[in-house]
Every structure is written in structure tokens, then in C-alpha cells.
Design a protein around this ligand. Structure first.
Ligand code: AMP
Ligand code: MG
Length: 315
């Protein structure tokens, strides 16, 4: 996609918005880096982000919104969050917030958490796209996993061998990712340093910004945990014991206990789509232990196993 005039630009944005509505990916410029965007409410679309990037891990993704009003459809804004949003949006600040019930975001976009990182990007093309799409866009950087974040459309095209449509907005201004903060009552905690300096936040908001401890999950359970951790103990084993709940994959031997199957037909796509909701369901039964069948280490299987292993790691 290459713009020649305002009319072509408009058409390009309409086309990109239509692709996103149809569950396709579109790369777009922001003031930080180029993002690989998908409808954050469409699980299959978000899964294509993982497949296209070859990302071996289901991190929660930043969900981009057109404005504060759109962001408020998905999360609650405590007073401190509202002040941040009003001061720095649009801008390179992602805010981790508690999800509203019935938010409609895909489980896989938020990695099964009860919080979401939201941001309104400060780039005319990104904002025009978000408005035209009328939907939130999950978007990590538009590069294959392990490669540098792209700051030009050409880098995105090369990275994905021309397979992803790219809105060309020229070089990105900031060139580094957004700053991520979480809010804990009156405290502000920086989860990732980025394009908005801590000092700028402190100066405008008048609240000190704390640095998240190395492993935020262990130091401050709940709010800062960036991966979903079930209450039940998890055990990677395709052979469940009596009394355990069982998360199966593929054709499984009959088992008396509470069972969910990520995909009875052994489809990794279906398994990825079901992963977080089934973990939540089994956890909600109050089972002390969940036995989990590992999945093949191919394609999305790598990210699924990574998540299962981390959920099973001792805490
Ligand atoms: P990327 O999409 O590659 O820019 O990475 C997004 C970053 O935001 C990752 O480091 C995530 O761990 C972090 N993040 C996103 N959502 C949350 C959340 N709800 N809680 C904590 N960290 C988050
Ligand atoms: Mg990245």
C-alpha cells in the first residue's frame, strides 16, 4: 500500500479496516514502531499474529484504541489511570488496567489475564485506521520473533516477505516501544521502560514511578503478574491420576475426573483458542491438581507448551 494523495490514502485506510474486520492482519505505523495489528476481539485473528511472527510465547498484547472512549469499553479507569490517559494519550504510554466484565477481548490477546494493557497511539495513520475499523487492535511490533522492531514500512515488508499488507507512514518518530505502567491504588509501577520517560510522567502526574522488581510476578502477586497462573497445582502428564482434573489433547483414554480437551482432533489452532478458557474452567472447579497433556512442539504448539510449562512451574 503506497499513498499518492489524500483520496488514495482514505481508500487505503478503508481497505485496511475491511481486512481487519475480516480477521486479517494489517501492519501500521505508530509513533513508536510499526505494529502488526489484528482485531483484538477475534481469537483467530490474534492467533495469526503469533503464527506470522513465529512467536514462541503467548504474552499479553497491547490493545490499541482510537481514544479514551473506546478504551473505556474494555477496562475500568481508576482516578490515577484517568489522569494518565488524559495527560498522555494519544502517546507512547500503555496502561495496565482491570478488565470490565463482558469486555469481549479475545482470551488469547490478553493471555487469560484479568487485566489489559491499553494505549492510544499518537500517529495520524494509526488513529485513522482505528477509527475506520471501529474496533480495538492487538498489535505487537511488526517483526518476526527475535528480530529488531521495524521503524519503516520497508523493514516490515522485508521481514514478512511482502505477505502482510503495510500502511506506509514513513519512519517512526520514537523508534522505541511504549512505556508500560501498572496502577496499584495510588502507586504507579513501570513494567517496561519506553518512549515516555519516567521523569515526564512524574512531573505531570506528581506521583513517583516505581521500577517493577525483576520478577514482578513473585514480588507482587495479582496486579503485576504478566502471565496467567492457575490456583491449582499443574502437572505435565498425559496420564491423570484419580482425583485430578485433566486437560487433554487429541484422542485421550477415558478418564473419570473432570476433563477438558484442548482439541480432540489434535488441531493446534483449536487448542490455542481453547487454552486460557479451559485452564480457567478447570481451575474454577477447585481441583487441587490439573494434569495437562503436552502438545506437539510444532507451530503454535511451542507457545502452548511454553504457557503450560510456566503455569506448572513451582511458585
Ligand atoms: P509487545 O506487544 O511485544 O509490545 O509486548 C507487550 C508487553 O506488555 C509485554 O511485555 C507484556 O508482558 C506486557 N503486558 C501486556 N499486557 C499486560 C498485562 N495485562 N499485565 C502485565 N503486563 C502486560
Ligand atoms: Mg517486539
Amino acid at each position: 500500500m503506497n499513498a499518492r494523495g489524500p483520496r488514495q490514502r482514505e481508500q487505503e485506510i478503508e481497505e485496511a479496516a475491511a481486512l481487519l474486520a475480516a480477521g486479517k492482519l494489517v501492519a501500521f505505523p505508530t509513533e513508536t514502531v510499526y505494529g502488526l495489528g489484528a482485531d483484538a476481539q477475534n481469537a483467530d485473528a490474534v492467533l495469526s499474529i503469533y503464527e506470522t511472527k513465529g512467536r514462541p510465547r503467548f504474552n499479553p498484547l497491547i490493545v490499541h484504541c482510537a481514544d479514551l472512549a473506546m478504551a473505556e469499553r474494555f477496562a475500568r479507569f481508576p482516578p490515577l489511570a484517568r489522569r494518565l490517559a488524559e495527560a498522555f494519550w494519544p502517546g507512547p504510554l500503555s496502561i495496565v488496567l482491570p478488565l470490565k466484565p463482558g469486555h469481549g477481548l479475545a482470551d488469547i490477546a490478553i493471555a487469560g489475564l484479568d487485566t489489559v494493557a491499553l494505549r492510544v497511539p499518537d500517529h495520524p495513520l494509526a488513529l485513522a485506521l482505528l477509527r475506520a475499523a471501529g474496533r480495538p487492535l492487538a498489535a505487537p511490533s511488526a517483526n518476526p520473533s527475535g528480530k529488531l522492531s521495524p521503524t519503516t514500512a520497508e523493514q516490515v515488508r522485508r521481514g514478512f516477505a511482502g505477505k502482510v499488507p503495510v500502511l506506509d507512514g514513513g519512519p517512526c518518530r520514537a523508534g522505541v516501544e511504549s512505556t508500560i505502567v501498572a496502577i496499584d491504588g495510588e502507586r504507579l509501577i513501570q513494567l517496561r521502560a519506553g518512549a515516555l520517560p519516567r521523569a515526564a510522567i512524574e512531573e505531570v502526574i506528581g506521583v513517583g514511578v516505581e521500577q517493577a522488581p525483576q520478577d514482578a510476578g513473585i514480588a507482587a502477586p495479582g496486579m503485576l503478574l504478566s502471565h496467567y497462573a492457575p490456583n491449582a497445582h499443574m502437572r505435565l502428564d498425559a496420564a491423570p491420576q484419580p482425583g485430578e482434573a485433566f486437560l487433554a489433547f487429541g484422542p485421550a483414554a477415558p478418564f473419570e475426573g473432570i476433563t477438558r480437551n484442548l482439541s480432540a482432533s489434535g488441531d493446534l489452532h483449536e487448542a490455542a483458542r481453547n487454552l486460557f478458557s479451559m485452564l480457567h474452567e478447570l481451575d474454577a472447579t477447585g481441583a487441587r491438581t490439573i494434569a495437562v497433556a503436552p502438545v506437539p512442539e510444532t507451530g503454535l504448539g511451542e507457545a502452548i507448551n511454553d504457557r503450560l510449562r510456566r503455569a506448572a512451574a513451582p511458585r
